[in-house]
Ligand binder design. Structure first.
Ligand SMILES: NC(=O)c1ccc[n+]([C@@H]2O[C@H](COP(=O)([O-])OP(=O)(O)OC[C@H]3O[C@@H](n4cnc5c(N)ncnc54)[C@H](O)[C@@H]3O)[C@@H](O)[C@H]2O)c1
Length: 246
């Protein structure tokens, strides 16, 4: 296998200013891709883009005009778009609350980013996938399969979106899949989930260790690559065995 699977390919990674998205952006650049870092965190995002020789586009995935501007800036810089990773989400520092008590304003904002954001950016980007097709990877979570309040509910939505969009876009040879990570050691997890809770979850994993962003990179790059050319509408757990479905 060539070590440069993404030479001459252009791939947008949302939420790539840090954490998992940053790991995807760095790995894609290392394999030759033109990487577009799209985030709200401008300072960190610009730094990541500068490090990997990519383009930074300040983007709010929940905003229609912003998503269109991201797609247009990418097409201006590189031409056709080949891949999109819908990774951005409100996660680091999110409110921990229940569905029945979370304030409506917060819930609606949260869903506009964590669920509709993936659809919004996909709607803006797919028209620019003019090089015979494309690949989209949505970031879900094992939280979709386990009770996890409105965070989990948004990821259930991401799974549904993945299946529906795979159906709608398959005729254009645009593949849409999702990765459902288990607990991953990012700054966002460290600041959002109480330590004891993480330790308990990790203890119950068959593979008894915290995941790292690098544990997810192989699946993400595989799904974006031509090797996955006949795979669409699927949700892949990468989770140390946290969820074993029968
Ligand atoms: N860390 C985990 O344990 C874990 C597990 C499963 C799934 N996930 C998912 O993986 C993704 C990344 O998680 P992470 O741990 O790297 O967290 P993170 O909080 O570091 O990453 C989220 C990124 O999205 C950006 N973002 C937030 N709102 C945005 C908006 N409206 N527009 C554009 N960018 C926006 C943030 O600035 C940040 O860079 C998220 O979708 C998260 O739900 C994380």
């Amino acid at each position: 296998m060539s070590s440069k699977r993404f030479e001459n390919k252009t791939i947008i990674v949302t939420g790539a200013a840090g954490g998992i998205g940053e790991a995807y952006a760095r790995a894609l650049a290392a394999e030759g891709a033109n990487v577009v870092v799209a985030d709200l965190a401008d300072e960190k995002g610009k730094q990541v883009a500068a490090d990997i020789g990519g383009l930074y586009v300040s983007t709010d995935v929940a905003d229609e005009d912003s998503a269109k501007a991201l797609a247009a800036a990418t097409a201006d810089a590189y031409g056709s778009i080949d891949g999109l990773v819908n990774n951005a989400a409100i996660y680091g520092g999110m409110k921990l609350d229940f569905l029945i008590t979370v304030p409506w304003d917060y819930y609606k904002k949260f869903m506009s980013v964590n669920l509709d954001g993936a659809l919004n950016v996909t709607r803006a980007v797919y028209r620019h996938m003019t090089n015979g097709g494309g690949a989209i990877v949505n970031q879900s979570s094992t939280a979709a399969w386990l009770y996890s309040g409105f965070y989990g509910l948004a990821k259930v939505g991401v799974n549904g979106l993945t299946q529906q969009l795979a159906t709608e876009l398959g005729g254009q040879n645009i593949r849409v899949n999702a990765i459902a990570p288990g607990p991953i050691d990012t700054e966002a997890t460290r600041t959002t989930t109480p330590k004891e809770m993480v330790a308990d979850i990790v203890n119950r994993l068959p593979l008894k260790r915290f995941g790292t962003p690098e544990d997810l990179v192989g699946m993400c790059l595989f799904l974006l690559s031509d090797e996955a050319g006949w795979i669409t509408g699927q949700i892949f757990n990468v989770d140390g065995g946290q969820v074993i479905r029968s």
